[in-house]
Design a protein around this ligand. Sequence first.
Ligand SMILES: NC(=O)c1ccc[n+]([C@@H]2O[C@H](COP(=O)([O-])OP(=O)(O)OC[C@H]3O[C@@H](n4cnc5c(N)ncnc54)[C@H](O)[C@@H]3O)[C@@H](O)[C@H]2O)c1
Length: 184
Amino acid sequence: MVAETLDRFGQIDILVNAVGGGAGKALHPAEDYPRSDWDWIMELNVRSTVLATQPVVRAMIERGAGGSILNISSVRANLGINAGYSAYVAAKGAISSLTRQWATEWAKHGIRVNAIMPTFVDTPQVAMLLQDPAFKAGIVNRIPLGRVGETRDLVGPAIFLCSDAASFVTGQVLGIDGGLTATQ
Ligand SMILES: NC(=O)c1ccc[n+]([C@@H]2O[C@H](COP(=O)([O-])OP(=O)(O)OC[C@H]3O[C@@H](n4cnc5c(N)ncnc54)[C@H](O)[C@@H]3O)[C@@H](O)[C@H]2O)c1
């Protein structure tokens, strides 16, 4: 993927690591969390991010013109939830930690690394969970702005963090959560 992109465009300026999720399909009590789903969630969220980022950053370092990486964490990196989310919270915690680690390691190359951490965003991936009125009400009641996120809510923050508007911002994990984490 990276080689083809370089062949076609000659350079890579921005990488958004948006592959991930799976939490709603891998809900298990923490004490019985099965290894198969643990490995799947970690692979989908953490390994996918690492495998995409390494060759992109090698190309950015070789080019010597810096770059910007945006990871997608989740408020679940910081907040527990009374549902079977053990692997997902661990995976997103790793994404937030890697964001800070990579920002530190790659700053000398002018490569900025940031993340956004949304709360529930109405995408097909969480549609099943949000169809349960009681579950949805429990989520919405904790969000000061009184609704779940829409994909358009992520656009401005993503563009900001990837662009030169954020030229002195690195290692940050920005909550896109309607104020949820401000209340905790
Ligand atoms: N929707 C939410 O409520 C929410 C909240 C916080 C964080 N997130 C995070 O946002 C990111 C995007 O999730 P989304 O809700 O937009 O879901 P989504 O299902 O729309 O997006 C996930 C993407 O990952 C891709 N993908 C999945 N498995 C893959 C594989 N094996 N190989 C290649 N690509 C694969 C899918 O094709 C899809 O484009 C995820 O990291 C998710 O954890 C979502």
